[in-house]
Design a protein around this ligand. Structure first.
Ligand code: ZN
Length: 200
């Protein structure tokens, strides 16, 4: 069992980086398959890679529950989302901090997850970019207006101190990395701080 699962996490968010779309290299499909064997939690796989379209099948087969592509990286977003859904996996769309919300509005009806990046993708431990809150609020309104039920997830710089504000803006899923793994009190205590902050 993974430490985050033991600590009470709901999902495992997996940042896949290729060293091209972002200047860092992390998990490949093999690592995702290993994680899939190691946990019962849904694997929320975030592809920060060039040409994700060519990799969809491999990450689906590796055991992703959600598979999210960057609007900046996919050559054919509708086709990538359709390919993911056709395999029985939940498709997600995401955008970088400098990309306007308008870029993903056409795809809201085709996804089960909308991911707002609140740091520049590529490295952990960066501060939360405040303008992401406005994006979250606008996407919340766009989803509600069309009675769409996709999850609205935020990724980057999230801590117990800002979690409630992000949820209040309309987010339903919060990704936390360093705030969980680098809390001196351990992941379980860190997640308890998040849950307490979100109950208030
Ligand atoms: Zn991510």
């Amino acid at each position: 069992m993974l430490a985050a699962e033991r600590a009470g996490a709901d999902w495992i968010h997996v940042d896949v980086m290729d060293g091209h779309f972002v200047p860092n290299l992390t998990f490949g499909p093999k690592m995702v398959a290993d994680l899939h064997r190691a946990t019962r939690l849904p694997l929320d796989v975030h592809l920060m890679i060039e040409r994700p379209d060519a990799w969809v099948d491999r990450y689906v087969d590796a055991g992703a529950s959600y598979l999210t592509v960057h609007v900046e990286a996919s050559r054919d977003v509708p086709r990538a989302l359709q390919a993911i859904r056709a395999k029985g996996v939940r498709p997600g769309i995401t955008l970088n901090p400098e990309t306007p919300v308008e870029a993903i509005l056409p795809y809201l009806a085709a996804v089960d997850l909308v991911l707002v990046m609140s740091v520049h993708p590529g490295f952990g431990g960066q501060p939360f970019i405040e303008s992401a809150l406005d994006k979250v609020a606008r996407l919340r309104a766009a989803l509600d207006e069309r009675t769409l039920t996709a999850e609205l997830e935020v990724d980057g710089g999230i801590k117990p101190e800002n979690a409630a504000r992000i949820a209040a803006a309309g987010a339903t899923v919060l990704v936390a990395g360093s705030a969980v793994y680098e809390d001196p009190a351990g992941p379980k205590a860190a997640l308890a701080k998040f849950r307490a902050a979100l109950r208030r």
